[in-house]
Design a protein around this ligand. Structure first.
Ligand SMILES: CC(C)(COP(=O)(O)OP(=O)(O)OC[C@H]1O[C@@H](n2cnc3c(N)ncnc32)[C@H](O)[C@@H]1OP(=O)(O)O)[C@@H](O)C(=O)NCCC(=O)NCCS
Length: 177
């Protein structure tokens, strides 16, 4: 899989992150406890932690293990979120996060549709899927709007350490061809 470094949609540019994005990413969402509530990581305590996340993301991109795109609005280069592709042979999982002031404007649906559409064009990819906490209806709705079908509940599937110390149930959604 060789994803492009830049994907353009109607209102967004999805692009490979840069270390220079760290201050905006920290200010916009990695430190926000409400945004990170359903994430697998704790809110970042300082800019250094966010830099480390970006560094790791760029390393995974170079290694072909994961491709995280900064989500930016067309009229500004500031990273307001992230959407990531995790390849695993013939299947790819996706994950995403968006800064709170931008919620409920359809941005992540737009980003997810664009990456799903690119992935569906790849001849060796047969399944695109995502999971979300059963108490995160906005995320489930994004996956439905991106064309995925709910396949059920994976019980005790994901650790969401900002909610509980015990593994939580997740919905799983997928689109296949
Ligand atoms: C989940 C998240 C990515 C959604 O991004 P977004 O750009 O706001 O999503 P969209 O605007 O494209 O779509 C959101 C949909 O959820 C709906 N929604 C929002 N809050 C909801 C709620 N509490 N209950 C039910 N539906 C809800 C919206 O109405 C909208 O659906 P509609 O178009 O049918 O009205 C964003 O809220 C976020 O970053 N949350 C924190 C991180 C996170 O949870 N990431 C996902 C981990 S699996």
């Amino acid at each position: 899989m060789n994803p492009p470094e830049r994907i353009e949609t109607h209102r967004l540019i999805l692009r490979k992150p840069r270390m220079a994005d760290a201050p905006a990413i920290f200010a916009n969402y990695t430190q926000d406890p409400e945004v990170t509530r359903y994430m697998t990581w704790h809110p970042n305590k300082d800019l250094k932690e966010t830099r480390h996340h970006i560094e790791l993301g760029l390393k995974l991109w170079e290694e072909g293990k994961a491709y995280s795109y900064a989500i930016t609005l067309k009229d500004s280069d500031s990273a307001i979120g992230m959407i990531a592709l995790h390849p695993d042979g013939f299947k790819v999982s996706i994950g995403y996060v968006l800064a709170r002031p931008h919620w409920n404007k359809g941005y992540v649906t737009e980003a997810a549709r664009a990456v799903v559409s690119w992935l569906l064009e790849q001849p060796d990819i047969y399944r695109i899927y995502a999971t979300c906490d059963v108490e995160n209806p906005a995320s489930a709705r994004v996956l439905e709007k991106a064309g995925m079908t709910g396949e059920g509940i994976l019980r005790r599937y994901t650790m969401h350490p900002n909610i509980s110390d015990e593994p939580r149930d997740s919905y799983i959604y997928a689109i296949v061809e």
